[in-house]
Design a protein around this ligand. Structure first.
Ligand SMILES: [Zn+2]
Length: 307
């Protein structure tokens, strides 16, 4: 091999080395450029998605805020509705109470209308019960409580009170009997004769007529007891039966129409009139006589006479 060929080979090798270096370097540069471009692209993508996320977040916050506003507004409306409901309830309750009040007063009014005014009237020298008055319905007094063998009746509404009174007296060992009760107008003449027989002419006749009015009502009864032989006599005032009546009759709604020492009529210890429990109790509490109270005051008890 010659020298020249060796040199050529050397140069060729150098050239190849240079070329290789150029190729490798060029590739590296190209690769770097590629990577940079990719980085820029990714940066741009990242920045874009960040912006999008920010927008999304803002939108979501707005929506959340709207929802919160709506919840607040709904809560307010709910509260308003609850308040209105409560108001409505109160109004309904008020109305209910008013309706109840009206119903009660209508009921009382009805009872007052249903209860005949005659039943609590005071009969006087100038005020007699109309001869046309008769109780709407009558009840028989049980035979065991009768002094004589004749059927007697009272206003049907009075009988439960009278029956309780008679039964309780019997339970207390008192032999209390009824000798007279409801008397229709037509019996007045015979009654007056009976009084005349008992008391003689004159002074007592007026009283008999008074008592007669109350008997025509069907709410008055004459009591007696075997101790006085079943008679209508002031001796009845000395019996256990009378003492029992004085202590207890008011609890059953009965009062003594003509007590001892009254300014109007003779003392009739046997004659008791039903006026209702409330009035009888109140008169007893005050130690008052029925005929002493004003008619106006007595009339206020009419609605509750049969309560
Ligand atoms: Zn009588």
């Amino acid at each position: 091999m010659s020298n020249g060929l060796f040199i050529f080979s050397e140069r060729l090798l150098l050239l190849i080395a240079i070329l290789a270096t150029l190729v490798i370097g060029g590739y590296a540069v190209w690769q770097q450029n590629q990577l940079e471009a990719e980085l820029i692209a990714q940066d741009a993508a990242y920045s874009a998605s960040t912006t999008k996320l920010k927008q999304d977040k803002q939108e979501l916050q707005e929506q959340l805020s709207n929802v919160r506003d709506k919840v607040v507004s709904l809560n307010e409306k709910l509260e308003e509705a609850e308040n209105e409901l409560e108001d409505e309830r109160e109004r309904n309750n008020d109305l209910k109470e008013q309706v109840e009040e009206v119903t009660n007063s209508v009921g009382n009014l009805q009872k007052t209308v249903d209860t005949e005014p005659e039943l609590l009237k005071k009969y006087s020298r100038t005020f007699f019960l109309s001869e046309n008055y008769r109780p709407e319905s009558l009840a028989q007094i049980d035979d065991e409580y009768l002094a004589e063998d004749e059927s007697l009746t009272v206003d049907k509404r009075v009988w439960p009170y009278l029956e309780d009174l008679l039964a309780d007296a019997q339970d207390d060992g008192i032999n209390l009997l009824v000798t007279s009760a409801y008397r229709p107008f037509g019996q007045q003449a015979s009654l007056n004769q009976r009084y005349t027989r008992t008391f003689g002419e004159g002074a007592n006749q007026f009283s008999a007529q008074q008592g007669y009015s109350e008997h025509q009502l069907g709410t008055a009864v004459d009591f007696t007891t075997p101790n006085v032989n079943g008679k209508l006599t002031q001796e009845f005032a000395n019996t256990n039966a009378f003492a029992w009546l004085q202590d207890n009759a008011h609890k059953y709604g009965f009062i003594l129409s003509y007590p001892r020492g009254n300014q109007f009529y003779i003392f009739e210890p046997w004659h008791w009139r039903f006026v209702g429990e409330k009035l009888a109790e109140d008169l007893d509490d005050e130690g008052a006589n029925f005929y002493e109270w004003s008619q106006r005051r007595i009339d206020t008890y009419r609605a509750e006479m049969f309560d």
